[in-house]
Write a protein that binds this ligand. Structure first.
Ligand code: HAM
Length: 431
């Protein structure tokens, strides 16, 4: 038999205990932040109808979906993101709920991407969607939450790359290029294929003035808001919708800059994202140690309408947990935990196993992480394995001591041991 099944399927991976701990640490931080910002958690299925997921995901992402027919003949797919599922949920079950609706989700997603460092076919996101407001303060809050998330984890030197899809769509729309053509051009920009994008715009009938404007737009980038805004405004002065988008972007970023957060923005007027549902600001978060985005999001005011017929604006962000884990490793950040005690209870002979079990259950009930020696190893072997496993205390249960209502408590850090009464055991460990 072929032995390839000994490895996970290409692009999938196992999380060993120390990796799973890091991932769950990020997840717990994400959940705590959701509570602080008033986002309620929802859990949606991993398998959804293909048509829902494919609707506005963009050509490149669509090609990378895991699509199959289930036994009932339905064309289904593994979710490549949360946003379409959330839009479905809002459209069908939450339309009458008072706005804004703030929803948090966390879980695994699937894209048939080419595996490489930080790019997997199964990956994890913490996702936040703010539904019901089209105001710039809603965008600012989602951007602020993104910064807060990264700062709470201790991530240093991050940058948020921003743009507004209304700038490019405003220019292309003015030239009579329809949404489909605009999408094809934006896909090329997402791959940084500026020349190809210009060629395609020409094929769709863009005037030479428009092509010149686009070429200049693609070159506009930098950190200083006022400077970049001024250049952008001068460049698109004949395109009213593009001008409105610039002023919207300016307003959102000023809100965040004035909020006291430590956010560093990088403006790039030719930046686009592969997902097609965006209608306003778009952004991605980066750290210097990784060349790939650790999070991304933006405003999408038409997606929920597509499913419900009702106009419902929304903005959201997804943080890539696998990449954040990598960024933390590269920056030497480890999950910080409160001082923790980990106890191993070792009965020194068979006749007192039940007493040792009883002590283990009692310790756990008092909130102490406790393992029981279940392999009947001798004391010296148990002690040496305990040190390797990070056990802080060993409770040695001997026949003589148990007869007096006592056990021997060994502190593994300083190697000191003492007789302790069973009633006092948990408080002795904790103090
Ligand atoms: P996205 O940019 O496609 O946006 O994904 C968000 C983040 O997920 C990325 O920045 C990256 O960190 C992580 N990610 C994506 N693909 C992979 C992969 N193959 N391996 C590892 N990590 C990956 C969205 O998914 C939108 N739904 C975000 C959003 C929410 N927009 C509005 N609301």
């Amino acid at each position: 038999m072929n032995s390839s099944f000994r490895q996970p399927v290409r692009g999938m991976r196992d999380f060993l205990p120390n990796e799973a701990e890091k991932l769950r640490f990020i997840e717990n931080t994400a959940r705590r932040l959701a509570e602080l910002y008033g986002y309620d958690e929802v859990i949606t299925p991993i398998i959804e109808h293909y048509d829902l997921l494919a609707a506005k995901i963009g050509e490149e992402n669509r090609k990378r979906m895991y699509v199959f027919e289930d036994l009932g003949g339905r064309k289904v797919a593994l979710r490549p993101e949360f946003t379409a599922s959330i839009a479905r949920l809002v459209s069908t079950k939450l339309l009458s709920v008072p706005k804004p609706i703030k929803l948090f989700s966390v879980g695994s997603l699937y894209r048939y991407d080419e595996p490489q460092m930080g790019r997997y076919r199964e990956f994890w996101q913490a996702n936040y969607e703010l539904v019901g407001s089209n105001r710039p303060e809603a965008d600012a809050e989602v951007l602020g939450l993104t910064c807060d998330f990264l700062e709470t984890l201790g991530i240093k030197g991050y940058t948020i790359k921003v743009n507004h899809v209304g700038i490019l769509r405003g220019i292309l729309g003015c030239e009579g290029i329809l949404e489909e053509g605009q999408n094809a051009i934006m896909q090329l920009l997402d791959d940084k294929e500026w020349d190809k994008a210009l060629r395609l715009a020409r094929e769709y009938g863009a005037s030479s003035k428009c092509l010149e404007t686009l070429e200049r737009i693609f070159g506009i980038r930098g950190e200083r808001r006022e400077v970049i805004m001024k250049i952008m405004i001068e460049t698109v002065e004949d395109y009213p919708k593009a001008l409105d988008s610039i002023s919207n972007l300016d307003e959102i970023i000023s809100f965040v800059e004035d909020s006291g957060l430590d956010a560093k923005f990088y403006f790039e007027a030719g930046f686009a994202r592969g997902l097609e549902y965006y209608t306003g600001i778009i952004f991605e978060a980066y750290v210097p140690e990784l060349g790939i985005a650790i999070g991304g999001g933006g405003r999408y005011d038409k997606l929920i309408e597509l499913f419900s017929g009702v106009e419902v604006p929304a903005v959201g962000v997804a943080l890539g947990m696998d990449r954040i884990m990598l960024a933390m490793e590269k920056q030497g950040i480890s999950p910080s935990r409160a001082p923790d005690y980990k106890v191993l209870v070792v009965p020194v002979e068979e006749s007192i196993i039940s007493k040792a079990l009883k002590i283990s259950f009692a310790l756990r009930r008092s909130g102490i992480k406790t393992e029981m020696e279940v392999m009947r190893r001798g004391l010296s072997r148990s002690l040496s394995d305990a040190s390797k496993k990070g056990i802080t205390h060993v409770v040695i249960v001997g026949r003589k001591e148990i007869g007096e209502g006592k056990v021997v408590l060994r502190n593994m850090r300083d190697k000191v041991q003492e007789e302790v009464s069973i009633e006092e055991l948990s408080s002795k460990i904790k103090h």
